[in-house]
Design a protein around this ligand. Structure first.
Ligand SMILES: Nc1ncnc2c1ncn2[C@@H]1O[C@H](COP(=O)(O)OP(=O)(O)O)[C@@H](O)[C@H]1O
Ligand SMILES: [Mg+2]
Length: 570
């Protein structure tokens, strides 16, 4: 490329065409003075003749030129080249949102809410400065940083409020301007618009980036107008709490009556912020916790508490019972050994071994007495239920453990030396306060032991039955509760997905009943909110002509509209 052949618009050297809209062609160009690249937007050749379009071009420069915001393309300069107006502005590398969507498909909720936030901030700034865009659509949004940043461009049909203008003196005749698929009901019918028309278009864009289709599709302008005025968009159907929040934001933006849209961008931004927070929290929210039904949770934890209390009680009872039983054995053994001492002291004193042995045999006939032996003061066994011990020195069975001790008697327990558990009693035999020997008996504990054991078993069975009753009772109660909670949840899900649901039958007045009542109230309220309310405005009959390019910016002046009517009637 030589210097001479360079095509220049004003002082700007054209590099290449980078975009094209309804009104203009956009070029990449270079400002040789400062050596920077920029974008030059030039009015299309075929529109040069029309005064109206030249005016619009200047309007864009006027409207956007006053704005400086990271979410809005910056205008540097405006000029006329060969009678064609042009605008010089910052060059943005990237695609417009329409091309981006075609390449990358729909947005995730995170990306979409990010887009919503950036656009809402930029629009808020423009509105604060008295500029209403009026032609917000994917074509006019540039995507930067691979989808992380967005900038609004093309303020071609923007409206600058009188308050902010020195000299527009009543000039703004009602024209129909905008892109039908993105136009608000008030805009599409040619009624006066305010900043809320941009909120509506934002709603259409957000709907489109998440659902992949427009809220209303129509083959021609008349049908589009009918749809925008009278139909409800289909739900977006992102099945999650956040999806529902997102849909309610979009549906509020898409409200047909501008008064029902967000009154301020702040309120919109607040809701987007809440959603963003939910989205980040949700990542580490319920998903990380394993689901355990409350009937299991309740039944198991209550049974566990009951079990613990019962075990503690049982241990206490068992100990108490054991103690009593032991006392009983001790008392019984003591009196037994006393009686034996009484009975045997005379034969022992008189060394009547045969009488002693007979007595021993008689007493040992008692099945509770496992061992009985009488010894003299030297410790030599005089009679015994185990005859091989007679005449031998007495020895305590080795596994005996002392339990109680008094001056003239000892009690031992012994678990192993006999064929069953026994308690051993060893008591002195006295005659006129002189010790003449000892009586020794082993009394079986097995009967008492089996009595304690069977009462323990009864307690365990009883405990098991109580546990079973508690478990099934709680399970049954929780089940009834869960059933009602699930019904309510189902209705809430229906509400989220379809904006409407059956009314719950509330037949129990308790906390859940009240919750259900609240849900019923909510669903009645939502029936009004999630469905964009239809408004009646009489469409201009001249516009019911077929216009097929519903995604191209459209400008119908009142003159044209009038002549269209003329054509119709003539
Ligand atoms: N500053 C810019 N940098 C890069 N590309 C741009 C810029 N402005 C516009 N474009 C591209 O040119 C296309 C048409 O520009 P736009 O301003 O929307 O024109 P029109 O008013 O004719 O619709 C845009 O969709 C975009 O792809
Ligand atoms: Mg455009």
């Amino acid at each position: 490329m030589t210097q001479d052949n360079d095509l220049r618009i004003g002082r700007y050297k054209l590099v290449k065409e980078i975009g094209r809209g309804a009104m203009s062609v956009v070029y990449q160009a270079e400002d040789p003075e400062i050596g920077r690249m920029l974008a030059i937007k030039l009015l299309k050749h075929e529109l040069v003749e029309k005064e109206e379009y030249r005016e619009l071009f200047l309007r864009e420069a006027k409207a956007a030129g006053r704005l400086g915001h990271p979410g809005i393309v910056t205008i540097y300069d405006v000029g006329i080249w060969q009678e064609r107006p042009f605008i010089a502005m910052e060059l943005l590398e990237g695609q417009n949102l329409d091309e981006y969507l075609q390449q990358n498909g729909t947005f995730s909720l995170e990306q979409a809410s990010d887009l919503a936030k950036q656009l809402a901030l930029a629009l808020d700034y423009a509105h604060q400065n008295g500029v209403i865009h009026r032609d917000l659509k994917p074509d006019n949004i540039l995507v930067l940083d691979g989808g992380r940043r967005f900038k609004i461009t093309d303020f071609g049909i923007a409206h600058v409020e009188h308050l902010f203008l020195e000299d527009e003196g009543g000039k703004s005749k009602d024209k129909i301007m905008g892109t039908p698929a993105y136009m608000s009901p008030e805009q599409i019918t040619g009624h006066g618009v305010d900043f809320k028309t941009d909120l509506y278009s934002l709603g259409v864009i957000l709907y489109q980036v998440t659902k992949g289709e427009l809220p209303f599709q129509a083959p021609n302008y008349a049908a589009m107008m009918q749809a925008v005025l009278h139909l409800n968009p289909q739900p977006i159907n992102i099945v999650s709490e956040q999806g529902f929040m997102w849909q309610s934001i979009i549906f509020r933006l898409l409200q047909k009556n501008p008064d029902h849209r967000y009154p301020t961008s702040d309120e919109l931004l607040e809701e987007i912020e809440t959603l963003t927070k939910e989205l980040t929290q949700n990542k580490e929210g319920l998903a990380g916790i394993r689901f355990v039904s409350m009937r299991a949770r309740w039944a198991i934890s209550l049974s566990a508490v009951v079990l613990l209390v019962m075990i503690l009680g049982m241990v206490w009872v068992y100990n108490k019972q054991n103690k009593l039983m032991n006392q009983l054995v001790f008392d019984y053994g003591n009196s037994m050994v006393q009686i034996i001492s009484q009975e045997t002291r005379e034969p022992l004193l008189l060394e009547e071994r045969i009488t002693l042995q007979e007595l021993t045999r008689d007493i040992a006939g008692n099945s509770q007495i496992r061992h009985l032996s009488i010894r003299d003061k030297d410790g030599i066994v005089q009679s015994s239920s185990q005859p091989e011990q007679i005449s031998k020195p007495f020895s305590l069975p080795p596994a005996s453990q002392i339990q109680q001790k008094t001056s003239d008697a000892q009690i031992y327990s012994n678990l192993t030396d006999y064929d069953q558990e026994v308690v051993l009693f060893d008591s002195q035999i006295k005659y006129q306060d002189k010790v003449i020997g000892n009586a020794f008996i082993a009394i079986s504990r097995s009967n008492l032991k089996s009595a304690t054991q069977s009462s323990l078993l009864a307690m365990i069975i009883w405990m098991f039955l109580i546990m079973l009753a508690v478990f099934s009772g709680v399970y049954w109660l929780a089940n009834r509760f869960i059933q009602r909670v699930n019904e309510t949840r189902h209705v809430i899900r229906e509400l989220r997905n379809h904006g409407e649901a059956d009314i719950l039958k509330v037949d129990t007045h308790d906390e859940v009943g009240r919750l259900q009542q609240e849900v019923n109230d909510l669903s009645q309220k939502l029936a009004g909110l999630t469905q964009t309310q239809y408004i009646s405005t009489s469409p201009d009959p001249s516009l019911l002509e077929t216009i097929t390019d519903l995604d191209k910016t459209l400008i119908i002046s009142q003159d044209e509209a009038d002549s269209e009517i003329g054509k119709d009637s003539g």
